[in-house]
Design a protein around this ligand. Structure first.
Ligand code: GUN
Length: 290
């Protein structure tokens, strides 16, 4: 069994990005600039946005944070999006989700200029991803593709079983892996809460992507010997052993599944660290295009 080390890989990608930034500056271009919009003070969102800003600093990007209280109106937020769309200094930006209930996430997402949509959530980017065109791919799917590529994991002709059909992980993964290319060219089965005979389907998988958000859902008796297992789960469970009072649990029962795998991602330290790196890669791409 080989561990897919997302932490190490993300550090290597960050060094590559930092090098690319140095070259951009040397050629007279400005530093890439990522802006983040944060509404309210949800603990998870605060943590994610702080991590994104820290990552920007580490690779030499400029970052900025636009904050609103939770009672911001939809129109005020739309105006902020519009301002960022028209700010020539900003290469890409994200609006951290979830948003308060009185604001339509769909409306806000669709208001973002697709050429600055480094989250890849705008329908234009989603549509271009489906056709295999030039698009910003959202962070988690792109991070997984990067891990598959860098660990030279063969996907061509393989049977990939995806657990979960979410718009931000399961569905885009099913599309990316079935597209022509490397990684890609796979035969993909998407499983969800209504799927029958889940265990039998999982046992046929060469590669399993677990993204259902149920801690330790995937057990050893659902995994074929030699399979590749990608764990996207990040459920916070209470813990007395950490300073924060919680720890992350994946969707895979790592202790019993890992001995059967050829490759497996741990939680934490697998897919997670790659997501922020994907956002940085998208911002670099947006800046290069400007
Ligand atoms: N909330 C949880 N994940 C994400 C993400 O990747 N982007 C944004 N904008 N919000 C999120």
């Amino acid at each position: 069994m080989q561990l897919i080390d997302g932490k190490k890989t993300s550090q290597a990608v960050k060094l590559e990005i930092a090098e690319a930034v140095k070259k951009m500056i040397a050629s007279g271009k400005k530093k890439p600039h990522l802006a983040a919009v944060l509404v309210g003070n949800d603990g998870g969102s605060e943590t994610y946005v702080a991590a994104k800003i820290k990552a920007c600093e580490a690779v030499g990007f400029v970052s900025s944070l636009v904050r609103f209280t939770a009672d911001v109106t939809e129109n005020e937020l739309l105006a902020a999006v519009n301002k960022l769309n028209n700010d020539p200094d900003v290469d890409g930006f994200i609006v951290q989700l979830p948003l308060p209930k009185h604001i339509s996430e769909e409306k806000i997402t669709e208001a973002i200029d697709p050429s600055k949509d480094v989250d890849g959530f705008h329908p234009q980017n989603l549509g271009r991803m489906i056709t295999g065109g030039d698009a910003f791919i959202s962070a988690t799917p792109q991070g997984i593709m990067e891990l598959l590529k860098r660990y030279d994991i063969e996907t061509k002709g393989k049977h990939v079983v995806i657990l979960g059909r979410s718009n931000i992980v399961g569905r885009p993964m099913s599309i990316l892996l079935s597209l022509k290319g490397n990684p890609g060219d796979a035969t993909v089965t998407v499983c969800h809460s209504r799927t029958k005979n889940l265990k039998e389907i999982c046992l046929q998988a060469d590669i399993i992507v677990a993204a259902i958000g149920i801690p330790e859902f995937l057990k050893a008796d659902m995994v074929k010997e030699g399979a590749v297992v990608i764990d996207v789960g990040t459920t916070r469970v209470p813990s007395t052993e950490t300073k924060s009072g919680f720890r992350l649990k994946g969707d895979v029962d790592f202790a019993e599944v890992s001995p059967k795998c050829s490759f497996i991602t741990p939680v934490p330290g697998g897919v997670g660290p790659m997501t922020i790196v994907s956002l940085l890669l998208n911002t670099l791409k947006a800046a290069a295009k400007r």
